[in-house]
Design a protein around this ligand. Structure first.
Ligand SMILES: Nc1ncnc2c1ncn2[C@@H]1O[C@H](COP(=O)(O)OP(=O)(O)OP(=O)(O)O)[C@@H](O)[C@H]1O
Ligand SMILES: [Mg+2]
Length: 652
């Protein structure tokens, strides 16, 4: 019992204290803050499992190194072996030089006898120096390429992940670890792998030499390095554990950092004097991070000191053994001199080996994260089936479409069925949060339903290539992206490969949506950069941005047009112009229109009324009015607001 307590005490001494369970904000105690919700299997895995992952790390590293430059990769391997051979040769030659020098006989004779071997020592070590510098040159060329390749792969993979992953916190955690640590650790691991190879080769040479002199010395050599090895391994594991549990905190902190310093929120932060609240949260998170770093430093130092002390004692013991071998005349003095040299080389090679192994093991954990990200992100990327969506669908069929966001308690859409024909204008109406934008994303193929299906001319969208769906759809998002590009490129992004050297199509799209007026008033017309964060850039008003978004969608010239509140920020004249354009566009196209202004949906061919994610009414304007349901209520409510005051007074 007592022993267990002592052992547990020792274990705690060398472990990180847990993160605080509760946090007090403004006097309110918050249980289980978000950063406790990391559950990483990697933390619990034992050291042997980690060691067994070394080959995997080496495989990943080699894959990237080979990709970076196959020739340099092979050259480095060969040169490493050469350097090992050179140091073994040098070491053995040194042993022979010492033996010759310490032999009995006149000094000049002994020096002459040693001269041959001495030359070999010089050649071997000089050769090794040359090889090492060639390796370093090759390395400095190959390392940045590896880093770029990895960064590229992570970003490219992340950009292809299906949209639903963005609502999943785990995805963001893993991506942030892959980006911040995975990539940099890959280049480190590469350098460590090269170091490991050097150490193995040198160690083999040294152990070989020592064992030839006396087998017991090899054992002493090993014992003197083991405690150090334990300390470095333990330290790296702690660093990794700490980094995993800090990642959510770091993300939170940088999010606050961005909010406090970026342009987007600057005005709102000031008008609500939100700075103190945000800064307080920033400091609170910062404090937890700070404590964690201090604790990590403390524990790492404890571990390091222990390891170094025991190692020092073991080295002392090694010399005692050597002394005893001499005293008992088991080993002659000449051999003992060579043994000391070989042991020192061996010890430094062994420390290098342990250090490289340890760093590799540490980097391996981060690389493991990166690999996991790449695997999971690829699994969340819709596979290319090679099947194309119909080019210009005649019928769009929704069959009991149900969709839930990750971790949501109830579905955002459930059991929505409808049939839409080419040339129809379909209005989606309903209160805030009723599922309109979600349905728009499903219709545009950005999300796939969890049950039920959406099909075009009988082809299920789940079975065709995502890009082929996107190609047939133009969307005006509810919250369109404000691209920091020129006004022209903001519209052209709708279909960048469209041939339009004279800007005719661009102007056509821009005129009907009011974007042309916007561009005319800009300092450099269509060439104005639309971002205040760069020199000579200009910003637009909310409505002007929306006109740009509408122009972009029209420019895309797709058979299906989805408009999520395309006119919410537009003035009355611009709104009328956009609706006129949409009316013209609807010839031969299918248009989905989401709006809260029910007056604009009166002429729609179909109106779908959503409520809490369910389709509760469906029909034309007169049909729905006659039905006297929710649509009729909402419509009457809005219509009333437009009556002259006298009429409202009479009606009330
Ligand atoms: N990314 C998301 N992650 C989780 N839940 C979401 C997400 N986006 C929307 N929701 C939820 O799904 C439901 C439907 O949202 P949706 O955006 O489709 O509503 P909407 O009808 O477009 O509302 P509005 O009129 O305000 O634009 C809401 O309850 C909302 O809280
Ligand atoms: Mg919406």
């Amino acid at each position: 019992m007592e022993l267990m307590r002592v052992l547990n005490g020792i274990r705690r001494w060398f472990a990180l204290p847990p993160l605080p369970d509760t946090v007090v904000i403004d006097g309110v105690e918050m249980r289980s803050p978000y950063w406790r919700e990391y559950g990483d299997e990697a933390i619990k895995a034992g050291i042997w499992r980690k060691a067994s992952e070394l080959p995997r790390t080496l495989r990943v590293v080699s894959r990237f190194a080979w990709q970076a430059s196959p020739r340099a990769f092979v050259a480095i391997l060969v040169l490493q072996l050469l350097s090992g051979i050179a140091s073994a040769t040098g070491l053995l030659a040194t042993t022979r030089v010492l033996t010759a020098l310490l032999a009995v006989g006149p000094t000049p004779d002994r020096v002459l006898a040693a001269a041959g071997q001495l030359t070999l020592v010089v050649v071997a070590f000089a050769g090794r120096g040359l090889v090492v510098s060639v390796i370093a040159t090759l390395n400095s060329r190959i390392t940045p390429v590896i880093s770029r390749l990895a960064e590229d792969e992570v970003i490219a993979t992340a950009s292809r992940v299906e949209l639903a992953a963005y609502d999943d916190a785990d995805h963001h955690d893993l991506l942030s670890r892959a980006q911040s640590q995975g990539v940099s650790n890959l280049t480190q691991a590469y350098n460590q792998a090269v170091g490991l190879l050097t150490a193995i080769v040198t160690l083999a040479a040294a152990v070989g030499a020592v064992s030839v002199l006396h087998p017991l010395l090899a054992l002493v050599l090993l014992c003197s390095v083991l405690p150090d090895a334990w300390a470095t391994l333990r330290g790296s594991r702690l660093r990794y554990i700490s980094s995993v549990r800090r990642v959510a905190l770091y993300r939170r902190k940088s999010m606050l950092n961005r909010l406090l310093t970026d342009r987007d929120a600057a005005a709102e932060i000031r008008s609500y004097t939100a700075q103190p609240t945000l800064i307080r949260e920033h400091r609170r998170v910062g404090d937890v991070l700070l404590n964690e770093q201090i604790e990590l430093g403390k524990v790492a130092e404890r571990i390091g000191v222990t390891g170094r002390t025991i190692s020092g004692l073991a080295v002392g013991a090694g010399y005692v053994v050597l002394g005893w071998l001499l005293y008992a005349q088991i080993m002659p003095l000449a051999v003992a001199g060579a043994a000391v040299l070989a042991m020192r080389t061996g010890r430094s090679a062994l420390s290098q080996l342990v250090l490289s192994l340890n760093r590799l093991h540490e980097s391996g954990m981060y690389i493991g994260d990166m690999q996991r990200f790449l695997t999971e992100a690829t699994a969340r990327t819709r596979p290319a089936t090679g099947r194309q969506a119909p080019a210009d669908p005649e019928v769009i069929e929704l069959d009991r479409v149900t969709f839930s966001y990750p971790d949501a308690s109830k579905p955002a859409l459930s059991g929505v069925s409808a049939t839409i024909r080419r040339g129809q204008v379909v209005a989606l109406v309903g209160e805030n949060g009723s599922g309109k934008s979600t349905l728009a994303k499903l219709l545009s193929g950005l999300y796939l339903p969890q049950s039920g299906s959406i099909s075009w001319d009988g082809v299920d969208l789940a079975e065709v290539d995502e890009s082929s769906i996107a190609d047939r759809v133009a969307v005006i998002m509810q919250d369109p992206t404000r691209w920091p590009l020129t006004a022209r490129d903001n519209v052209r992004l709708g279909r960048p490969d469209r041939e339009d050297p004279q800007d005719l199509l661009l102007l056509q799209a821009a005129t009907g949506t009011g974007a042309a007026e916007v561009a005319e008033e800009l300092d450099h017309g269509w060439d104005t950069l639309l971002s205040k964060e760069f020199k000579n850039g200009q910003d637009l008003s909310g409505g002007q941005w929306q006109r740009m978004a509408a122009a972009r969608a029209v420019y895309r010239d797709a058979p299906i047009l989805i408009c999520d509140e395309p006119t919410a920020a537009l003035d009355a004249r611009a709104e009328a112009a956009v609706y006129e354009t949409l009316r013209l566009l609807s010839q031969g196209r299918t248009v989905f229109l989401i709006t809260h202004r029910l007056a604009s949906v009166k002429h729609a061919d179909q109106i779908l009324v959503l409520h809490h994610g369910e389709l509760i009414e469906q029909g034309t304007h007169p049909e729905l009015l006659a039905a006297g349901g929710r649509y009729a209520d909402l419509y009457t409510l809005q219509a009333k607001a437009y009556q002259p005051d006298e009429l409202t007074a009479v009606g009330a």
